[in-house]
Design a protein around this ligand. Structure first.
Ligand SMILES: Nc1ncnc2c1ncn2[C@@H]1O[C@H](COP(=O)(O)OP(=O)(O)OP(=O)(O)O)[C@@H](O)[C@H]1O
Length: 590
């Protein structure tokens, strides 16, 4: 149960600036909102400068009605313009986040299985939940920076007009500000990355370990888990503390810089007032401009820091978005319903990892319209074979044929819809039993059809006994149902999709023996003349199959019916004996 840090490794995936930029070409950006926000900000600067003139007059004691009213009106206008800028900016941010998030979700759904498995689910979750919000930050920051630079330059010009000499002293301090910001910014950026990584570590840890709560309780290993959790919590604590110190340091450096500026103004300004080069209110008036210049300057520099900070998150999203994707509509149309054609594997080899083949040069036929059972020891490649049939993975060499259609050449969406699949553990989603049975089905979905499917899967009885019958909530992942009940709902869901081919991968493992056989026979009867492939360890259902394939370490040991295999497959004979069957011809008994 140790955390393996895979997610963190991913975050360090190779980053190209191109993927950062091209990400923004993949969805429409509401430029007009950001441009409107920028326009409001530019006007805001001009209004501020106009207000400053009133402030200077008020400082001089020109307390005429026209001055006071002008000052008041412009101040109100300024607030309204700020609000306009914020509304447009925020709306733009939300729109970008919405579109980028939809795009990323779609991408995640279309990742090839190998890509999904390469990543921690929690990293994908954090990508679509957290990281993606940074997409809008980047755009917003660019526009805000333009507004801040404009404000900085305009206020500097006005400040210089007001007092060129004092302004020159102030500008001499700008390199100092840049130096301090660059230094603090760099430290802050590192702390931000550390915080980001510790957040991911913590999310990964908790999502993995909280979902294993039953195991933790059953093993009474709460103390061990507390210790393991503390490591992730401690790291996050340290990262937060360092980051908080960096923020304090940033505020301190800002204050220090502003104070140095004020001291310079006080020193040189007072001298100028003494010499009559500036009016008595000059220092106050000059500070009005200087405060705003400082504000714009700080904005530009912090925007830079923020942009640097988003790099980690956007890097992950950018690389993910650039990665391979399944095109479900690419390829030939699969001929209309063709369950009467055999499935053929022609010299298929496949491995999840290079140099580690799981299936070796496998050639076999799954006869059309019949029930085929696949048996073999754990890890012999049975489930992998089923995944190749549906095009979840592609063979490294060789081909899979569905009649005359090569699986790698037909439209994946059409191919996969032809298959119904029931696994040992099937995902149910929070919601009603009815919704779960209907999930994925197309066409008319009547209550009668749902109940019919449930009856075939022997689920109707227990569903009607639930407090709200078909409207009862199954809980997250089906947690409110027993393993066998979940399985029956999954079988009913598969039947609703009315597939041409049915794949059952240890589908009876969580059912009691009698129910397993009853459901298996009912489903077979219902799907008569359609192709059924069953991976099973229970020899009772295996013996009932029309055709049996025996895999041994990824190779074909034998294929045939029960009688033939008694003569050709030592594994088959051994399995029968292990489960207490005799080898006396077809009439085996316990
Ligand atoms: N997603 C995966 N990534 C890497 N290796 C995998 C993956 N899935 C399976 N394998 C490996 O491939 C081999 C075959 O696995 P597969 O699940 O096909 O076997 P199986 O015959 O169905 O086993 P079982 O009877 O235990 O269900 C195993 O060695 C397994 O470790």
């Amino acid at each position: 149960m140790m955390h393996n840090g895979k997610g963190r490794e991913q975050k360090k995936e190779k980053f190209s600036f191109r993927s950062y930029i091209t990400f923004y070409t993949r969805f429409p950006i509401p430029w007009w909102l950001f441009i409107a926000s920028l326009a409001f900000s530019l006007i805001n600067t001009e209004v501020f400068l106009a207000i400053s003139k009133y402030v200077i007059r008020i400082n001089k004691g020109e307390l005429y009605n026209s001055v006071i009213i002008g000052y008041a009106l412009l101040t109100v206008l300024n607030a309204a313009i700020s609000m306009g800028s914020n509304i447009c900016g925020e709306y733009g941010i939300q729109k970008v986040t919405l579109r980028a998030r939809k795009l990323l979700w779609d991408k995640i759904l279309h990742l090839p299985m190998r890509e999904v498995e390469r990543r921690q689910p929690s990293s994908l979750i954090s990508g679509v939940v957290n990281d993606i919000t940074q997409a809008s930050t980047v755009i917003h920051m660019i526009f805000s920076t333009v507004a801040s630079v404009y404000g900085f330059v305009r206020c500097c010009v006005e400040m210089a007009r007001f007092n060129a000499k004092l302004s020159a002293y102030m500008l001499l301090l700008v390199p100092l500000a840049i130096g301090v910001f660059a230094l603090v910014g760099q430290l802050q950026y590192r702390m931000m990355l550390r915080r980001y990584e510790s957040l991911n570590t913590m999310t990964e840890f908790f999502s993995e370990h909280i979902s294993a709560a039953k195991h933790v309780k059953a093993q009474a290993i709460e103390d061990m888990e507390t210790e393991a959790g503390l490591r992730a919590i401690d790291e996050r604590y340290r990262a937060d503390v360092y980051y908080a110190f960096m923020e304090v340091l940033q505020v301190f450096s800002n204050t220090l810089y502003t104070s140095i500026g004020s001291i310079v103004i006080a020193l040189f300004g007072s001298d100028m007032i003494r010499k009559g080069q500036m009016p008595d209110t000059g220092i106050n008036d000059f500070t009005t401009y200087k405060g705003r210049v400082d504000q714009y300057q700080a904005e530009v520099l912090t925007h830079y820091q923020t942009l640097k900070g988003t790099q980690g998150a956007m890097q992950y999203v950018g690389v993910l978005q650039e990665g391979p994707e399944e095109d479900l509509e690419d390829g030939y149309d699969l001929p209309e319903s063709q369950p009467e054609q055999d499935i053929v594997l022609d010299r298929v080899s496949f491995g999840y990892v290079p140099q580690q083949p799981v299936l070796h040069d496998l050639s076999l036929t799954i006869p059309a319209g019949k029930t085929t059972a696949i048996i073999g020891s754990n890890g012999s490649g049975k489930s992998t074979l089923l995944k190749l049939l549906q095009g979840i993975y592609s063979p490294d060499s060789g081909r899979v044929w569905l009649g005359k259609a090569a699986v790698d050449e037909v439209k994946l969406a059409q191919l996969r819809r032809r298959f119904g699949c029931v696994l040992q553990h099937n995902p149910l989603f929070s919601g009603s039993v009815r919704d779960n049975i209907a999930y994925g089905a197309t066409g008319e979905i009547s209550d009668e059809a749902i109940a019919g499917a449930a009856r075939l899967a022997d689920a109707d009885g227990f569903i009607r006994q639930l407090p709200q019958g078909y409207d009862s909530d199954v809980g997250m992942g089906g947690a409110l149902l027993s393993g066998g009940q979940r399985q029956r709902v999954a079988i009913a869901r598969m039947l609703m999709s009315n597939p041409d081919y049915l794949l059952m991968d240890e589908a009876g493992a969580s059912l009691d023996h009698k129910s397993d056989m009853t459901i298996f026979r009912t489903v077979r009867e219902h799907m008569k003349n359609r192709t059924i492939v069953v991976v099973a360890h229970d020899m009772r259902s295996v013996m009932e199959a029309d055709h049996i394939i025996v895999l041994n370490e990824g190779s074909l040991e034998a294929a045939g019916n029960h009688k033939e295999l008694l003569g050709t497959s030592p594994t088959y004979r051994a399995y029968l004996q292990l489960q207490g069957y005799t080898l006396a011809g077809e009439e085996v008994s316990r």
